[in-house]
Design a protein around this ligand. Structure first.
Ligand code: SAM
Ligand code: DTB
Ligand code: SF4
Length: 314
């Protein structure tokens, strides 16, 4: 399936619309393809925490900063631990289980262990998603053969801004991984982070790049920076919350068939801001008390919000 090409200019023009016009357009697009009152829920588990070789400026898990962030290096979780967490997520109503590892990319021995984890999740009847860093073509094929539904690998920010945030790998290398994931036949979960001090132009260019992956990623996580003490971004300038909502709306309009996930940063958002994000076309969330190394909104708060807004779980 091909989709229209979005330039950074055309995407920035969406951001420039009066807020009400932008939200109206996003609603129109959203309602053509989705039930506007349904929100999908994914659970997240860190299967290997900390000690990462990379230097992503927003991340608490870079080995070079573990003294400052206080994140202890963990081992790859045991299969039984994953089983317990996956069952608990299913019991709470998650339909997808995402497992993340603080690696530049997986080693072969680790990949075999992770494949066992994918089988556990699939046996419980949930969709399985992994985020393990860079993959080569053979690794992507192995994961696809194991039945992995989604691979999460974010572009994170626009090509022009990337080098100011991450120096240990290039955005082009991440593009190669996305192509390998696609070639192996898996669905792509790919998005980015907003609120790192980037300009509106950078946000628009990121959204255009995602939309132009052609086909667009099936799942698009829009993360609000969680400013973690000890990272270079701990004092990132605050973002106007309406600008975050605009980013969600631009993602919805440019990627009409994708699940747009209101991802990291939800705990720091008011209920009203989250409601605006749903109105702008977000239709997925991370659900459960923990993201990777930071806390997520409590399930009880989410249940109450869903009930107040008349939202249904997918
Ligand atoms: N190491 C793998 C990688 O980088 O692809 C997988 C794990 S990595 C932590 C997954 C994603 O989490 C990143 O691409 C980034 O979008 C998001 N993330 C990490 N730290 C974050 C933060 N402080 N705020 C918001 N999103 C964050
Ligand atoms: C994604 O886009 N966001 C998730 C998931 N994919 C792996 C991770 C958010 C991490 C937030 C910071 C933390 O908890 O360390
Ligand atoms: Fe490592 Fe991923 Fe964190 Fe970058 S975002 S430092 S690759 S865990």
């Amino acid at each position: 399936m091909t989709s229209p090409h979005w330039t950074a200019d055309a995407t920035e023009a969406l951001f420039e619309l009066p807020f009400n016009d932008l939200i109206f357009r996003a609603q129109e697009v959203h309602r053509q393809r989705f039930d506007a009152n349904t929100v999908q829920r994914s659970a997240l588990l860190s299967i290997k925490t900390g000690g990462c070789s990379e230097d992503c400026g927003y991340c608490s898990q870079a080995a070079r900063r573990d003294q400052q962030t206080g994140i202890e290096r963990g081992k790859l979780l045991e299969l039984d631990e994953v089983k317990v967490a996956a069952q608990a997520a299913k019991d709470k109503g998650a339909t997808r289980f995402c497992m993340g590892a603080a690696w530049r990319g997986p080693k072969e021995g680790d990949l075999d262990k992770v494949i066992e984890m994918v089988r556990v999740v699939k046996d419980l009847g949930m969709e399985a998603c992994l985020t393990l860093g860079l993959l080569d073509a053979g690794q992507a094929e192995k994961l696809a053969a194991a039945g992995l539904d989604y691979y999460n690998h974010n572009l994170d920010t626009s090509a022009e801004f990337y080098g100011q945030v991450i120096t240990t790998h290039s955005q082009a290398a991440r593009m190669n991984t996305l192509m390998s994931v696609r070639a192996a036949g898996m669905k792509i979960c790919c998005g980015g982070i907003i609120g790192m001090g980037e300009t509106r132009r950078v946000r628009a260019a990121l959204i255009a790049q995602l939309a132009n992956l052609n086909p667009a990623p099936e799942s698009v996580p829009i993360n609000h920076l969680v400013a973690i003490p000890g990272t270079p971004m701990e004092n990132a300038p605050p973002l106007d919350p309406f600008e975050f909502v605009r980013t969600i709306a631009a993602a919805r309009i440019t990627m009409p068939t994708s699940w747009v996930r209101l991802s990291a940063g939800r705990m720091q958002m008011s209920d009203e801001l989250q409601a605006l994000c749903f109105l702008a076309g977000a239709n997925s969330i991370f659900y459960g008390t923990q993201l990777l190394t930071t806390e997520n909104a409590e399930a009880a708060r989410d249940e109450a919000l869903f009930s107040r807004l008349g939202l249904k779980a997918a």
